[in-house]
Every structure is written in structure tokens, then in C-alpha cells.
Ligand binder design. Structure first.
Ligand code: NAP
Length: 319
């Protein structure tokens, strides 16, 4: 099939596009630069047709719609759509002329976890602008499917990680190698409250797997949404324990109230940790398994192993 991937050179696309090429699809990728950011450009990518374009600039200039009208495909995968207006333009451009439209959402559309694990059929209660917009897009796509037969599927990834893209760290932040160094050295790591807030990672190749399986099982995927996450979520204590064990240690954990965490980790990290703590994501993969045969290859522990391997190989983490 002819598959058009908008924003296909980043974390997800770097794994998804080679998968689609290997499966025999004719793949066209839209990006500002014609090169993958996280995979070997020699593997799978020479067969790709490139459309070098800046979506944001073209949307502002009013030329994006004409761009889309000129693109022919049976399947469209939109990886970089963040507002209902952007999505509306996609539906307008492709209604009646494609077999399948796949939108990349986020588990932030779900909002803070009330019942765990969260199933796709539960109510959306997003609390951030990002999550609210993604939930709105999902609702619009569902309405377009039920009212006009617009053939949509939404994939909601957890915290995306890959070999060259560090996972949310075991403290719930994005603080470079600092937490890994402390856990490796047996130094104290500060966690908010009881440390039982959860993270739900996913390896980018598993996100790509779910997109590919949705394509393969189109009939089961139409009008549906699916969580792209690892088989289970882990608490911050669980993440710290996993990483410390990789270095043959027990974690030295110090628990502090969330509102005082900034004193220990700084304002930037504290605000990232706060966002993860208040969501405490924990999503189910049962629907993806049942309808699409989703089988994630990576647990969070395996994601940390790969990240640490890469940090060591690239000289960012000693030892
Ligand atoms: N990151 C996460 O942990 C996470 C979690 C849940 C959901 N998501 C969802 O994942 C999606 C993003 O996927 P990703 O992580 O693979 O993204 P990404 O790594 O940021 O990659 C996006 C790609 O799109 C291209 N791009 C960016 N802006 C563009 C523009 N204006 N015009 C054309 N191309 C553009 C970029 O290449 P150029 O720079 O060459 O243009 C880039 O390689 C979003 O829908 C997000 O909501 C992400």
C-alpha cells in the first residue's frame, strides 16, 4: 500500500518507517529534513519518497491544504498533530479518498489515573492543554468515523523511549545521566511522597509495532483507539530499584513531600516530576493484544537496560 507518514523521522518514525518499508509498503515521509533522527539512514530509508516541507510554516501560510490535496496514499499516519484545527484540515483533505487514517495521540489524553489499569473505553479526564487537545482530536475522529465513515484509528503512546532517546528517568524527570550516576554509585535519590507514583514507558519500536498492527488489522482498528505502552507500569521506587540492581546495588531512597522536592532537584525537574506524579499513568494493553495482536517487546526494565548500554557506549555514563 502507499503509506504517507507526516513527521516520520523522529522517535516513532525512525522505527515505524523501516518497519513499513520491510513490510513492502511504498512509504512517503513528510519532514523538514529528509533524514531519520534515530535510526541508520542506510537501512530501509533509501526506498522512502521524501516530501520536504514545514507543516507549521505551511499551515500559517495557508498552503498546507493544497500540499495535502496533491498527496496520494491509501494510508495516512499523522505523527505530529497537536490541535483540533490541524486535525480538521487532515480530515477535510483525505475524507473519501483513503482507506485508513492513523493519528498519534498520548496517554496524557486520559488524564490522572483513577482506575488502574486504565482501559481505552474509560472516560477521558485530561488536565493539561496538550492532553485536552489530544482528547478533543480523538473525539473528533471518532465522530468523523461514526457520522461520515472517515476511517480513523488513534494510538496513544506512553513515555516514548529508544536507544538514543532517554526514557523518563527513575525519579520521574529528564535530568540527563544524573540519577543513573547516583543509583550506580549508591548515592541518595530523592523521590516525591511515598515514591509510589507510576510511570508507563513504551519503547518507540513497540509504538511502531502497534501502528503497523493497526494497519494490518484495519477492520478491527477502525473507529478504535489503543494504548501503546509497555506490558505494565512501574512505580518510581520500582524504577529506582531496577536501575540500582543493574549496578549490583540497592537504591538509597529519600522520600520528601512533593511540594518540597524542588529544593533537592531544582525547579525544572520538580515540575516534570510533578506532571508525572499527578498523572501516575497505568494503562492496559489488553485491547491492543485482543484486537491487533500487540505484543510489546520491551518492559520498562528492558528500556532502562538499553538506555544505560547506550549511555555507556556513548561515554555519557562512566563504568
Ligand atoms: N515523546 C513522547 O514521550 C510522547 C508520548 C506520547 C505521545 N507522543 C506523541 O508522539 C508524537 C510525536 O512523535 P515523535 O516522538 O516520533 O516526534 P519527534 O521525535 O518530535 O519527531 C517528529 C518528526 O517530525 C518532523 N517535524 C517536526 N516538526 C515538523 C514540521 N513543522 N513540519 C514537518 N515535519 C516536522 C521532525 O523532523 P524535522 O525536524 O526534520 O522536520 C521530526 O523528526 C506526537 O503526536 C506526540 O503527541 C509523544
Amino acid at each position: 500500500m502507499r503509506v504517507l507518514v507526516i513527521g516520520g523521522t523522529g522517535h516513532i518514525g525512525s522505527y515505524l518507517v523501516p518497519r513499513l518499508v520491510r513490510a513492502g509498503h511504498a512509504v512517503t515521509v513528510v519532514a523538514r529534513r529528509p533524514q531519520p533522527q534515530y535510526s541508520d539512514p542506510r537501512l530501509g530509508w533509501p526506498q522512502v519518497t521524501w516530501v520536504t516541507a514545514d507543516r507549521a510554516a505551511e499551515e500559517s501560510a495557508g498552503t498546507w491544504t493544497a500540499r495535502l490535496a496533491a498527496l496520494e496514499a491509501e494510508v495516512v499516519i499523522d505523527l505530529i498533530c497537536y490541535t483540533p484545527q490541524q486535525n480538521h484540515a487532515m480530515v477535510q483533505a483525505f475524507a473519501g479518498r483513503i482507506d485508513h487514517f492513523l493519528h498519534c495521540g498520548t496517554i496524557w489524553a486520559y488524564g490522572p489515573t483513577q482506575q488502574a489499569p486504565y482501559e481505552e473505553r474509560f472516560a477521558r479526564r485530561p488536565v493539561t492543554d496538550y492532553g485536552i487537545n489530544k482528547a478533543h482530536i480523538e473525539a473528533d475522529l471518532y465522530a468523523a468515523w461514526t457520522r461520515q465513515g472517515f476511517p480513523s484509528t488513534v494510538i496513544h503512546p506512553g513515555h516514548i523511549s529508544g536507544r538514543r532517546w532517554l526514557p523518563i528517568d527513575p525519579q520521574g524527570s529528564r535530568d540527563g545521566v544524573g540519577v543513573y550516576e547516583r543509583l550506580a554509585a549508591g548515592a541518595p535519590v530523592h523521590l516525591p511522597d511515598t515514591g509510589l507514583a507510576t510511570l508507563h514507558h513504551v519503547h518507540a519500536d513497540d509504538v511502531a509495532q502497534l501502528f503497523e498492527r493497526a494497519l494490518q488489522h484495519r477492520q478491527a482498528a477502525l473507529g478504535e483507539s489503543f494504548s501503546a505502552v509497555a506490558p505494565y507500569a512501574l512505580s518510581l521506587v520500582g524504577c529506582c530499584t531496577c536501575v540500582a540492581h543493574l549496578f549490583g546495588r540497592q537504591p538509597e531512597l529519600e522520600f520528601v513531600p512533593l511540594e518540597r522536592l524542588a529544593q533537592f532537584v531544582g525547579d525544572t525537574s520538580a515540575s516534570i516530576i510533578y506532571d508525572h506524579v499527578r498523572h501516575s499513568p497505568c494503562a492496559s494493553i489488553t485491547k491492543g493484544q485482543r484486537l491487533l495482536g500487540y505484543q510489546p517487546r520491551y518492559t520498562t526494565e528492558e528500556i532502562y537496560v538499553e538506555a544505560i548500554e547506550y549511555l555507556r557506549e556513548s561515554g555519557q555514563l562512566a563504568g
